[in-house]
Design a protein around this ligand. Sequence first.
Ligand code: ATP
Length: 233
Amino acid sequence: MAEMLKVNGLKAWYGESQALHGTSFEVNSGEVVTLLGRNGAGKSTTLRSIMGLVAKRAGSIRYDEKELVGAPSHRIARAGIALCPEERGIFSSLNVRENLLLPPAIRPGGMTVDQIFELFPNLKERLTSQGTKLSGGEQQMLAIGRILRTGARLLMLDEPTEGLAPVIIEQIAATVKTLKTLGFTILLVEQNVTFAAGLADRHYVMELGRVVDEIPGPAFADRIDSLKTYLGV
Ligand code: ATP
C-alpha cells in the first residue's frame, strides 16, 4: 500500500511547554489507523500539529511527498487533509444546511450537500434545525459532513464517539467503514477501544508525547482487555 503520511520525530510545544517529544508513525493510503493513549498523551496535539494548528513544531510530517512542518494550515488543507476536532466545531446559531455550506470545497472531489445527506439521511430530516437543537450524534455526523465538503482525502477524527450512546456509536462506525470503501484514509483518535477494534487496520499507542507501541489490526483482539485497563476505560 502506498504511504500517504509519515510522521517522524515530531515535536510540538504550547509556549514553553513541550507536548510532543518525538512522535513517529505512518498511515498508508486507504487505511484506518488509530492513535490510542491516556488523557494528555498527546493524541489531539498530534492531529493539530499535522493540521498546522500548533505554532511551534519540529521534526517531519511528510504527506504525499510534501513536508508539512513549517507549512501554514491553509496550505495543509489544500494538500488534502481535514480535521474534525473533539469539540466538533459546529456553529450553534446556524442550521444544518448552513453549517454544511460554510466550509468551502477547497479541492476537487469535495462532496455536495446532497451527497453528504446520502451518507447521513437523518441529517437531511434536520435540514433547518439549528446546531444547538441537534443531538450529540447528529452534531458528530454534521461535523464529519462538514469536512467531507472540503475534498480532503485524509480525514482526521478526534474522539468521534465521545459522549455518544452505543447505538449512535454503531452508526459512526458504519460511517467510517463507508468512508473507507469510498477511498478515504482515516486517522482516528479514540479512547473507545471496542470501537477502534472493529475499524482500524493498525493502532498506535501514545504515551508522554511519543508513540510507544504499534499493534496490527489482527493482533488487537488479544490486547483489548489489557489496553482497557491501561487506558482506564
Ligand atoms: P485528551 O484525550 O485528554 O485530549 P490527548 O492525548 O489528546 O488527551 P493532548 O490534548 O494532545 O492529549 O495534550 C498533550 C499535552 O499537551 C498535555 O500535557 C496537555 O496538558 C498539553 N496541552 C494540550 N493543549 C494545550 C494548550 N492549548 N496549551 C497548553 N498545553 C496544552
